[in-house]
Design a protein around this ligand. Sequence first.
Ligand code: NFE
Ligand code: MG
Length: 502
Amino acid sequence: MKDVIHLSPITRIEGHLGVQVDIDDGKVTAARVTGEMFRGFENILRGRHPLDAQQITQRICGVCPVEHGVASIRAQDMAYKTEVPENGRLLRNLIQAANFITSHITHFYLLSGLDFVNVASLLSYTGNDRALIGLRDWAKEQLQTGSVNPVGPFLPQWPAGLLENPELNATVLRHYVDAIAARRTGHKLGALFAGKLPHAASLVPGGVTEQATAIKITQARALLDELRAFYEQSYLPDIIGVAGAFPEYFKLGRSCGNFLAYDAFPEADGRPVFAAGSLCDAKLQGLNIGQISEDVRFSWFSSGTGLHPKDGQTKPAPDKAGAYSWLKAPRYEGRPMEVGALARLLVTSATPGYEALGKHLHSTLKSLSLPVSALDSVLGRHLARGLETGLLIERCEAWLDALKPDQPSFTDFKIPDACEGYGLTEAARGALGHWIRVSEGRIANYQCVVPTTWNCSPRDDRGVAGPMEKALEGTAIADPKAPIEVARIIRSFDPCLACAVH
Ligand code: NFE
Ligand code: MG
């Protein structure tokens, strides 16, 4: 029997995503993912002063502003040929890593966690945990008010298989509450050196305007200790607990088999924490940025198609026939590519010189009795975010140790009247690139190719589906009225449509 499911908007993600899923005989035969809103940041930037770019592009998103800031200042570093001093490099890494850690904790607990946790069980909670008692009493009180969705965002939940172990269920719910405090701690850590957050004031070409003082370094260490405790005692064990309870989700949600990552978090020896490269059918290749292009056949744009972002255009065409998304379709060597923590983990651990990460990954998989192929899945994406959170906490400790108090973190520069550059980095959700061209001292063209644009891309000019569309194809849907499988696959990418449409 044929059926069509249309979900819009998908909740507990960032931005406006709709999905149409065609089902035949209980299985998804095709999926169309729609970015439902136009924003136009690339057009807003044209004609502005170049130094507006790192401030304006940070407004693309409240979740990953730092990464847009970093991509923008890296593009400008290239255009103006700046020299970033050591403290500048370290502070940029710290601000960006704090954002990753905050983002991953937010995603696991506040966004996707409710796909796995049984919230209704809270109503009959009889334990002694004060946070859970508070939550239970609030939920009961709300239910008595008789409004349409009295316990949102917690209830109602789809009647789908949820955590059955009451102890683990209560633990993850308890950590949902703790995660709100943990994300505040992550924000504070970033803001120490960002001036403020969510939109960092201190990120500039040439470095960072904030100074590394002894007192700030000490404060940062204390905040990082809190995050490490939350990671070790809550986040990592909870991911492993959820993974153990839903083993079938190590088989669901495989996307296109192609992964792309840029380098990010430069170390003192020039080697980044995450290596750049592409992995297609398990074959690793170095990054060739000339191979990035964006198609628009199925996007609401009348711009040229297949353009490299250096020459990219943004001409909205809301009435375009056949189009179904405000996202362009980025392609690498003409292929759709999955980006994100999983792509970083796979690309970096396969790169020569990063054998230690590969070993760590393999021993983790062995302890979970999982083959490497299981990573390419819904739970693989969650696990990859968890593992890299631990790695980044460790690197933050080393970067704090390396900071030299009161040393310069910024070198002044001149903006040539005409220049161009690009800035590539990794955002929490994956490979992020900004391209800038300056002419007569003003921004002549600015293009962003963003992680969720890669993952949620519509079909390309040849009709090839994007990674999330591919990940949905072939999935068995137990109950089309409560298609939890669709929601879990979509949320495993941690999509941000605000970023994707920029
Ligand atoms: Ni708006 Fe963003 C995306 C990330 S790009 S959350 O996609 O991570 O910096
Ligand atoms: Mg763009």
